[in-house]
Structures are given as C-alpha cells and as structure tokens.
Design a protein around this ligand. Structure first.
Ligand code: 6MZ
Length: 357
C-alpha cells in the first residue's frame, strides 16, 4: 500500500460530499443530534454501514447533505477533502460538487461555491495551486501559498448538475461556472441518482456549457439505458464516468470515440453495479488501450482512497508498479486544466519516473 501512497496520482472523479471523513460526519451529526435536528443513533447507523446498493447510496447522500449544508461546514469539508487527497500524494485533484440552494440556511448556489472556495483558502497543510485571482483577494493567505518547499496540489473544480434538477436549475449551475471560471472552475459534471431524470432535461444546459468552452464529463451507463447511453456518447463529452452497464453497441461506440472513462472500482462493486472485480470492464478497456483513469468517486461513502484503488487494480489485474505508474501519468492527458498545468504535471511525473528507475 505504501508504494501506491508514495506514487504521484491524479484524481479526476471525486464528489465533495461523498469524500467527507466519517469522523467529521459523525461529529457534525452529533452536534445536530444534541439540537434535536437529527436522531443521532439512526444517522450513525447509516454512516457506518459498509455496503449499500446504488439506490441506498443516494439516500445516504441526502442524509450527508442534511449534515453538511451550511456555509461553515462546506468550507470545513472542502479543506479536509483537499488535505486528505494531498496527504496520499494526489498532485492534481479535480473535485466536483453540486452547488446547492438552501433558503433555510440563506444559501444560494453562488454562496455555496464561495464557501467551497473559502475552504481552498483555508488549506494549510499543503500548497494549493488553484487560481492566482482566488488568492490575490486575500493577501495574507497569498503569502502562505507562496511558501516554497511544501507539498503542492493542483486543484480544479467541476460543478455538478444533479439529475433531479430542472433545465433552469441546470442552466443556473452552468452560468455560475462561467461567472466563477477565473477561480479554477473548469467544467461541468452530470451526476445524481441514475434512476431519475431525463437526458433531454439537461441537454440544453450542457450544450450551452460546451459552446462556452467548459469541459463536460457525464455519469454514463451506471444503470442499463441504451437510448440515454448512446445519446450521451453522441454528445461527445470530454470524459465519462463509470460505463458499467454497456451493451455491445455502446462499447463499440465508446471505443471508436476514444472518450476517456473514469473508473471507480470500489464504488462499482459496493453499489453492486458490477458483480465482481474479475468481470469489471477495466480489464477489457485496458487491454484495448482505451483511455482510462482510476478514480475514487466517494472516498468517505465507500471507505476507500486513491492509493487503495491503485492497490486493488494492481492486484486484481496483475499490473506492476511501472504499468500503474504509466496509468497514473497518462491521466495528465485527460485533465480539464490548461496546457501550463499539464506541463507542470509532466515535470512532476518525469522526476518521479527517475526515482522509479
Ligand atoms: C452518481 C453520484 C455518485 O455534489 O453534494 N454522486 N452520482 N453516481 C455516483 N456513484 C455512486 N456519487 C456521488 O456530492 C454528492 C453528490 O454527488 C453525486 C450525487 O448527486 C450526490 O448527491 P456533492 O458534493
């Protein structure tokens, strides 16, 4: 495990609220329990349950959102999640989150995202590269971020559209991403319970986002839905997530399109989207040299880490350290950040490669 922790890695599919530490969730639930807002033992049971079906996972997210959604907490979890990824040598993190409006907390989608960015500013354990403008607004913090000799993590954000949302709400998220672009928001994700929502509802907002130059990734084929999967592939997103329930026609289309797939092994097994690792599509796509990125999905909910995903892939598919390093390095090609960041990531991997020899 240690060797996977030491290896530089790129995380491209991580949901903020799914990546919260259990200890933080329990602490927050405990406080709400004391105030009578939640029944703590019930919440504790749900949080500590290990295996959940795909449907149960979305009930869990609703619960997490009750516990995490106020500005102060959003700031705290963002800070912790970035520090956790940095501590296992994730050198580039594309963190995604659904901007939430919550009138009872005086929260708008914009103020939610401001709280997220505040969390980035609060990171102290590592040097964060996000956007010069973000740190320029807080000179005192800026100095901290210019310190040299500390571990560094590049962080970029994707704003998620939840499949429960309307076209208007999806459009609001895209407009917010455009307004906040200069703070390191690089793209849009479509996620949420795959049993709800219609592709046609989100398409106008996604087309607009694409036209405006935002990069798009879609949760695609988490459940069988040929019509939707084919429509999503026709849309030509820059990446897709999961691809668990593809039929022959969908595989063919995916392979010829060369759209990179974000693979989340533990998540797929724990949600029973894939029956066991030995039949996971990772093996076939890897053999076919299809662009792949190993990711975590929700480190908190699925009790995993990116290093653990590398360990699982290596032992299940018989890949050695060098092959795993190559896999991590190739992810540079699929990040949504610009060429300058890619160049810096190349340098990080080149120097790590020299140590590997
Ligand atoms: C689909 C998922 C997901 O956005 O509140 N999310 N959507 N499939 C998955 N795999 C099991 N894991 C997480 O983070 C939590 C939200 O991300 C989406 C869901 O919409 C969930 O509510 P944020 O930070």
């Amino acid at each position: 495990m240690e060797c996977w922790e030491l290896m530089p890695k790129i995380e491209l599919h991580a949901h903020l609220n799914g990546s919260v530490r259990n200890s933080t969730l329990l602490e927050l639930a405990g406080e709400l329990g004391k105030r009578g807002t939640v029944v703590f033992p019930d919440v504790e049971n749900v949080i500590l349950k290990n295996d959940r079906s795909l449907r149960e996972v979305f009930k869990m997210f609703d619960l997490i959102h009750v516990v995490t959604t106020d500005h102060k907490t959003v700031t705290r979890i963002t800070k912790e999640v970035i520090e956790d990824f940095a501590s296992e040598n994730v050198v580039y993190l594309e963190l995604r989150t659904t901007p939430k409006r919550n009138d009872s907390k005086g929260m708008s989608k914009r103020s939610y995202m401001e709280a997220v960015l505040e969390g980035v500013r609060a990171v102290s354990m590592v040097e964060v590269d996000l956007s010069r403008e973000l740190f320029a607004e807080t000179p005192a913090v800026n100095e901290t971020y210019n310190m040299t000799g500390r571990k560094k993590i590049f962080v970029r954000f994707l704003l998620s559209i939840d499949r429960r949302e309307t076209t208007e709400a999806a459009m609001e998220t895209v407009n917010l991403a455009l307004e906040m672009r200069r703070f390191g928001i690089v793209g849009i994700d479509l996620s949420g319970n795959p049993f709800v929502g219609e592709w046609s509802t989100f398409l106008p907002a996604l087309e607009f986002a694409k036209l405006q130059g935002l990069s798009i990734t879609l949760h695609c084929g988490e459940v069988p839905n040929t019509e939707e999967i084919l429509a999503m592939l026709d849309f030509l997103p820059r990446r897709i997530g999961h691809a668990c329930c593809f039929e022959d026609e969908e595989w063919e289309k995916l392979k010829s399109s060369k759209i990179p797939v974000e693979i989340c092994l533990t998540s797929n097994i724990k949600t029973e989207s894939i029956s066991s690792l030995d039949v996971h599509h990772f093996a076939e796509l890897y053999k076919a040299n299809h662009p792949l990125i190993l990711c975590t999905d929700d480190v908190g909910v699925f009790s995993t880490s990116l290093s653990a995903e590398y360990a699982v892939a290596s032992s299940t598919f018989g890949l050695g350290k060098r092959e795993m390093f190559q896999l991590a390095r190739k992810a540079i090609n699929f990040v949504f950040a610009g060429d300058e960041v890619k160049q810096k990531l190349e340098e990080i991997f080149a120097s790590a490669a020299r140590e590997l020899d």
